[in-house]
Design a protein around this ligand. Structure first.
Ligand SMILES: NC(=O)c1ccc[n+]([C@@H]2O[C@H](COP(=O)([O-])OP(=O)(O)OC[C@H]3O[C@@H](n4cnc5c(N)ncnc54)[C@H](O)[C@@H]3O)[C@@H](O)[C@H]2O)c1
Length: 266
């Protein structure tokens, strides 16, 4: 299919994981793709992999935590391909061990995590919008998380930052919709990226598998397909939304798994 034919997409944080899968899917859908990442070698390899399967991609080194660097990423993308139609703000993360409960969490880590996860998305939106307006509009997709929708015992900074991403999405959609810019978010549940598989131990992955309504854990492509759809003209009447992609893990009552273990179907 070529639902993104003629479009130029920036995927910010595209060397690994969800971003890498999204960049590959967008290229398959016909977009010219900028693979933006702070790991220059891995970004180069991701772009090369796209080119060797017949796509058009170019890697650009940048750091999502520095506003000037984000501005430069977008300017270089415009210089390379003449326009920017799609921006996927995908950089985000936490610091296991430091991002704990609110009383014990490390304040410096809180600030770094907000910068990496929330400021980065805001920088991506504010600097891509003027470039999109020059081309008549565009579509922004931010990567949120189910951690931004629910409470938990730890990851306080990450959860607060992702909740910020969800409402930033609504604000951007509200402010620029009339100028033909849509802004949506995708909220993944647990997705088995290499990085997630390193930090999320097998017993925890099993807990998610038990809570999912589909019989497996998530894969990076599960998110990439939704991002590509939201970025496409097929989603032209969708804006300000956060689409949950979690295999149903967060949709059912909290007692479901325990009831199932007891063989109860009520
Ligand atoms: N994997 C999951 O289970 C999961 C669940 C919910 C949300 N998410 C979110 O999805 C997004 C991608 O996560 P992932 O699991 O694919 O992670 P990942 O670590 O596999 O990929 C993140 C990418 O961002 C790049 N990156 C990190 N810091 C950067 C910076 N300062 N500047 C530029 N690039 C930078 C990394 O090099 C990497 O290529 C994140 O926002 C994450 O919070 C992931």
């Amino acid at each position: 299919m070529s639902r993104l034919a003629g479009k130029v997409a920036i995927v910010a944080g595209a060397a690994f994981g969800i971003g890498r899968a999204t960049a590959a899917i967008m290229a398959r859908e016909g977009a010219r793709v900028i693979v933006g990442d702070y790991d220059a070698d891995a970004a180069g390899a991701a772009a090369e992999a796209i080119r060797s399967s017949g796509g058009d991609a170019h890697s650009i080194h940048f750091d999502a935590t520095h506003e000037d660097s984000v501005r430069e990423l977008i300017a270089k993308a415009k210089e390379r391909y003449g326009r920017v139609d799609i921006m996927h703000n995908n950089v985000g993360g936490t610091e296991p061990g430091k991002d704990t409960d609110v009383v014990n969490l490390d304040t410096a880590a809180w600030e770094r995590i907000l910068r990496l996860t929330l400021h980065s998305a805001m920088y991506g939106c504010r600097h891509v919008i003027p470039v999109m307006l020059q081309g008549g509009g565009g579509a922004i997709v931010n990567t949120a998380s189910m951690a931004g929708e629910v409470g938990d015992m730890g990851l306080t900074a990450y959860g607060a930052a992702k909740a910020g991403v969800i409402n930033l999405t609504r604000y951007v959609a509200t402010q620029y919709g009339r100028q033909n810019i849509r802004c949506n978010a995708v909220a993944p549940g647990l997705i088995g990226t290499e990085r997630a598989n390193e930090v999320v131990l097998p017993p925890v992955r099993k807990i998610f598998e038990e809570h999912n309504l589909v019989p497996r854990n998530g894969r990076p492509e599960d998110i990439g397909h939704v991002v590509a759809f939201l970025a496409s003209d097929e989603a032209a009447f969708i804006t300000g939304q956060t689409i949950v992609v979690d295999g149903g893990a967060f949709i059912h009552g909290p007692t479901l798994v325990d009831m199932r273990k007891l063989g109860l179907k009520i």
